[in-house]
Design a protein around this ligand. Structure first.
Ligand SMILES: Cc1ncc(COP(=O)(O)O)c(C=O)c1O
Length: 400
């Protein structure tokens, strides 16, 4: 049979760097090795009881399609929750419920850009942005940020020199995955001003908004720019409420044109999951604010434990993240990906190994990430300590 062709788009879509080594982890586990997953942002914290109560309360005889724009009760509850906890004034009709933040981002690339258009991101970046943009035929244009200054935003000149006639948006994730950087009011205003000047959208991915540490308070772009039609927020219940598998996210904007255009795309995919939306609405209406405060404190503890443990490992430099639940590390190896392979394929210490995410996959200029890795502090305290001890043993062995 002649070979059937697959699309160029499918061929150039990059595999997730986080999942790329997963087959080796499975193999190690089959061989009886315990694998500490510091590679993926899947929190181990229990999902809220209020969500499961919501599932139990679903009493319809048919699991029908939801509205394409999302369950009305969920739009009301999400808007109410944001307004109450952040002190801002969104309206339910500004929400579009999606299958996770992931689908919201695909919708936005498809809505704000034509194929061949460009979106500016900051390198390193959340790796799946590359997959989402490729699906929509959009080119991401990276502006490099540096570990030496905690991945602060590059200066205006550096950003503006990347803007062309095809640039449609700046996309930023705040707090940042993979770096843990939290951008300030001034930095968000700075990005908004650039977008104003060059007539671009500002898309802010606030998936980790509540996970901020030390003296920081959750900051939304809506605090800085409450009602600009060029601002779109992408949000998700995945991390905040340990509901990664529920697949519930949203986009929020005052821009009615964007909402109407996204709705047409959303209608083509019919709807996001019915029961999960129902349960999420119940959860947001009933969950006490203390839930999130407890989760935030737990991640703060884990951050500090990871940071202290990493500082004991010879040759490792770690940035101390201010938000999200990721730490970027510089490793004393030539090639962090080869080291990650080694850890899963060849190494174990007392029957255990540690799975790290090599950073090259988070950089569009992948050479920049060659000696770096991202660690997710999503495990409980003693596992983090043991995972770092295992990592240190692996580094010693790798150096031999
Ligand atoms: C920055 C960022 N945006 C979006 C997503 C996707 O989240 P969701 O599960 O809501 O699709 C993730 C998931 O890791 C993420 O880290």
């Amino acid at each position: 049979m002649r070979q059937l062709l697959i699309s160029n788009r499918a061929r150039i879509t990059p595999p997730s760097p986080i999942r790329k080594l997963a087959h080796l982890a499975r193999k190690a586990k089959k061989a009886g090795t315990h694998v500490y997953h510091l590679n993926i942002g899947q929190p181990d914290i229990a999902s809220p009881q209020e969500f499961f109560d919501g599932i139990r309360r679903f009493d319809q005889p048919v699991v029908a399609y939801e509205l394409s724009q999302g369950n009305e009760g969920l739009c009301n509850a999400w808007s109410g929750y944001i307004n109450r906890t952040l002190g801002i004034a969104t309206k339910p009709e500004q929400f579009m419920i999606t299958e996770g933040a992931s689908e919201a981002l695909v919708f936005l690339f498809e809505t704000c850009c034509d194929p061949g258009d460009e979106v500016i991101i900051f390198d390193p970046t959340y790796a799946n942005y590359l997959g989402f943009s490729t699906i929509a035929g959009v080119n991401l244009v990276p502006v490099l940020s540096n570990m030496e200054n905690d991945f602060a935003l590059p200066g205006r000149e550096k950003i503006e020199e990347c803007i062309t006639n095809h640039t449609r948006a700046i996309l930023i994730c705040n707090p940042n995955n993979p770096t843990g950087t939290v951008y300030t009011k001034e930095e968000l205003q700075f990005l908004f001003d650039i977008c104003e000047e060059h007539n671009m959208f500002l898309i802010v991915d606030e998936t980790y908004r509540e996970f901020v540490y030390d003296d920081l308070k959750p900051l939304s772009i809506f605090h800085v720019v409450p009602d600009s039609s060029r601002v779109v927020v992408v949000d998700s219940l995945s991390k905040r409420f340990s509901l990664c598998g529920a697949r519930i996210g949203c986009l929020v904007t005052t821009n009615e044109q964007v909402l109407a255009a996204v709705l047409k795309i959303a209608q083509a995919r019919l709807a996001a999951p019915t029961i999960e939306q129902f349960a999420a609405a119940h959860m947001l209406e009933t969950i006490p604010d203390s839930y999130l405060e407890g989760v935030r404190k737990e991640f703060l503890l884990r951050r500090d434990i990871l940071d202290a443990a990493l500082r004991q490992v010879p040759g490792v430099t770690a940035s101390k993240p201010k938000g999200a639940f990721y730490t970027f590390v510089q490793l004393p190896v030539e090639d962090a990906e080869a080291f990650a392979y080694f850890m899963l394929d060849e190494f174990s210490h007392e029957g255990k190994t540690t799975f790290i995410a090599p950073a090259a996959g988070f950089y569009m200029q992948s050479e920049q990430g060659r000696q770096k890795a991202r660690l997710a502090y999503v495990l409980e305290k003693s596992s983090i300590e043991d995972a770092v001890a295992t990592l240190a043993a692996g580094l010693r062995e790798f150096a031999k």
